[in-house]
Design a protein around this ligand. Structure first.
Ligand SMILES: O=P(O)(O)OC[C@H]1O[C@H](OP(=O)(O)OP(=O)(O)O)[C@H](O)[C@@H]1O
Ligand SMILES: O=c1cc[nH]c(=O)[nH]1
Length: 190
């Protein structure tokens, strides 16, 4: 179906793929999936860390931790990981502002690290995150949770937890908007 057109501007308007309640339900479902696949509350359980990839992965990691705490009473530590210096496109666009990295107390050594991002597309951001993580230590295992997988991978990567698979054309733009950054929770296609 053709996207709605704003007559005044004659420009296609963004199409809402997930609205606020869809985003809430999707994050809750991902939290349940993590709980099902992960040993959280036994004394022998290994540490589980939720590490967000800026920008919006950071907020999603916090939201997943909140939901998991709501469903299990286990509060997983969260952090965030700047990937800027590990990008493979710095030669094309070298001047990128650095973000910050926050590693939960105890570090990543021996932990199950769940990387969290809003969109999985080419996979290059996650590749950069894996390199950034390697410089911080040696996790026991690394998993990936994304709100949206829009396809078009350029590297052999897949996510362990996917909120929503959204098939897209390569030249389309999927934008995740979150309350903390954009004043609204939604996923739009431009
Ligand atoms: O799989 P990829 O092709 O790497 O694309 C996915 C990444 O692209 C977007 O980030 P962006 O670089 O736009 O930065 P932002 O999160 O700060 O908006 C998105 O938030 C993912 O991190
Ligand atoms: O390293 C990276 C990360 C995101 N996008 C790229 O093209 N390269």
């Amino acid at each position: 179906m053709a996207p709605p057109v704003d007559d005044a501007q004659n420009k296609p308007q963004p199409r809402v793929l997930l609205d606020t309640s869809d985003v809430g339900r999707t994050v809750a479902r991902m939290a349940h999936q993590i709980i099902e696949k992960t040993t959280l509350d036994e004394p022998s359980a290994r540490r589980v860390l939720l590490i967000g990839i800026p920008t919006r992965g950071t907020s999603l990691a916090r939201r997943l931790a909140e939901k998991i705490a709501e469903f299990t009473d286990v509060r997983l530590p969260t952090g965030y990981l700047d990937i800027t210096l590990y990008r493979d496109d710095l030669r094309d666009k070298p001047h990128r502002p650095l973000e910050r990295t926050l590693v939960p107390e105890g570090g990543v050594d021996g932990a199950l690290v769940i990387l969290v991002d809003d969109v999985l597309f080419s996979g290059r951001t996650v590749r950069a995150a894996l390199d950034a993580l390697r410089d911080l230590g040696r996790p026991a295992a690394v998993q990936l949770a994304v709100l949206v997988d829009r396809g078009h991978r350029e590297l052999p990567l897949r996510a362990d937890y996917v909120g929503k698979n959204i098939p897209t054309a390569r030249d389309e733009d999927v934008q995740v908007h979150l309350l903390e950054h954009d004043g609204v929770d939604e996923v739009v296609l431009r």
